[in-house]
Design a protein around this ligand. Structure first.
Ligand code: NAP
Length: 247
């Protein structure tokens, strides 16, 4: 049995990872930022499938929120074994020349600073030399880090490249601490994120151009995340794992 915190677990990929963890009987901190009812539903489903769960509001881009959400999950569920830095945003499709500074700042605050703050808290709390039990940190990146996402969101793609580089470096910092760090890089996946970026048909449209001819389902990404959290991946660290239907 494990105790984990998943950021952005009220919807999409984070939600699916929480439900899969719940099926294993794990305890899950379900972070969300706005959608309390969706987070409560995830808590209910995890509990009904045999796990324990607590919903925790917080913006990953705000340092105090991140520290408070880690405190809250450990108070409610006990010491952590794993963290999934999953919360992320996209923007509407734009060329870089048309992007506002405000858009880019928010993109990097949530996707980069948010991931780094969560990774720092995980490093502080999981590291054996700091009193932790060791564990696993999974960073949710994107294959956009490989493509660069021209004319759509090069800011987003760059933010995910930073997340991948965090996995490469932090995995080496924490190897001797009993903490594994890996990056999961989903391809296009059927979630609300596309509608939030003004492209509700994007998963279907882009999915049709992939080797599998379809977008991924959040449950398929969750399998990779939960595997990396589990002891089944005990010799895997510093990996960038594409879950992208061959794309
Ligand atoms: P989603 O369906 O839009 O869900 C986003 C989740 O993140 C929600 O739970 C949301 O909470 C939460 N969130 C958003 N901003 C937050 C913040 N500042 N602080 C805390 N939580 C925040 O997204 P998704 O598609 O599942 O994406 C999850 C991750 O996978 C992201 O990092 C994304 O970049 C990555 N990814 C997705 C795809 C894809 O095609 N879907 C492909 C590659 C990578 P509320 O419900 O409260 O709003």
């Amino acid at each position: 049995m494990k105790t984990i915190l998943i950021t952005g677990a009220s919807r999409g990929i984070g939600r699916s990872a929480a439900l899969l963890a719940g099926e294993r009987g794990w305890s899950v901190g379900v972070n969300y930022t706005q959608n309390r009812s969706a987070a409560d539903e995830v808590v209910d489903l995890v509990t009904r499938s045999g796990g324990r769960a607590v919903a925790i509001q917080g913006d990953v881009a705000v340092e105090n929120d991140v520290v408070a959400m880690f405190d809250r999950v450990e108070q409610a569920l006990g010491p952590l074994d794993g963290v999934v830095a999953n919360a992320g945003i996209v923007g509407p499709p734009q060329a870089l020349a048309d992007m506002s500074g405000e858009r880019m700042r928010r993109m990097f605050e949530v996707n980069v600073l948010g991931a780094y703050l969560c990774a720092r808290e995980a490093a502080r709390r999981l590291s054996k030399s700091r009193g932790g039990r060791g564990g696993s940190l999974v960073l949710v990146s994107s294959i956009a880090a490989r493509f660069g996402s021209p004319f759509e969101y090069v800011d987003y793609a760059g933010s995910k490249a930073a997340v991948d580089t965090l996995a490469l470096g932090l995995s080496k910092e924490l190897g001797a601490e009993g903490v594994r760090v890996n990056s999961v890089r989903p391809g296009v996946t059927e979630t609300d994120i596309h509608a939030s970026g003004g492209q509700p048909d994007r998963a279907q449209r882009v999915g049709a151009t992939t080797p599998f001819g379809r977008a991924g389902r959040p449950e398929e990404i969750a399998e990779a995340i939960v595997w990396l959290l589990s002891d089944a991946s005990s010799y895997v660290s510093g990996a960038l794992l594409d879950v992208s239907g061959g794309r």
